[in-house]
Design a protein around this ligand. Structure first.
Ligand code: ZN
Length: 192
């Protein structure tokens, strides 16, 4: 099972965990950027990180793994494969939140592990928790690759992450790196 250091090394090797001065899609700035698909495009590395999640919950009596689209669905499939259980996908619902479509069923009391890639505000995990509970099933927790909220996001369930980083997102006016005149990078591309 990878420890915290292994997880960080694997993410860095894949180029998925970047340090610098980043303009996020929210318009906020951060010193950390996680490009999850730099990792997920490499199955061999992704599988190693999924081992950490699967081992953490191996004795938890997981019956089904649920992952929100897009990255979470891929990781849920692999964690479910390792645990020998079913995996289902939570998709965005029309009125907000998430739901299970495509004929996916959950029984009342069914023990469900949620898996996702990167948690920032906790919205995707929270909405998947609500979708599982809508069916009367039991959420055992959420296993993540990266919690970039430093443990502060409201996921509505217990969270275990292979790597936790405290990467606050700040308004440009409050950004210490702007104050130091450091060059701003927009999602891997230098902003001009
Ligand atoms: Zn800045």
């Amino acid at each position: 099972m990878p420890n915290m250091t292994d997880a960080e090394r694997l993410l860095r090797e894949a180029g998925a965990l970047l340090r610098g001065h980043f303009l996020l899609s929210s318009g906020l700035h951060s010193d950390t950027y996680v490009e999850k698909f730099e990792l997920i495009q490499h199955p061999a590395i992704t599988v190693q990180l999924c081992v950490g999640i699967a081992e953490r919950y191996r004795e938890a009596g997981v019956q089904t793994v649920a992952g929100p689209t897009t990255g979470g669905a891929i990781l849920a499939f692999e964690v479910a494969r390792q645990l020998g259980v079913r995996s289902i996908i939570a998709e965005p619902a029309e009125g907000g939140g998430r739901e299970f479509r495509r004929g996916f069923r959950l029984d009342p009391g069914e023990r469900v592990l949620i898996v996702d890639d990167v948690m920032t505000t906790g919205g995707a995990v929270r909405h998947t928790v609500e979708a599982v509970e809508h069916h009367g099933a039991l959420v055992l927790g959420a296993g993540l690759l990266v919690d970039r909220s430093g443990g502060k996001a409201d996921a509505r369930t217990h969270v275990w992450a292979a790597l936790t980083v405290d990467a606050p997102s700040v308004e440009p006016q409050q950004c210490p790196q702007c104050a130091h005149g450091l060059e701003l990078t927009k999602r891997g591309t230098t902003a001009h």
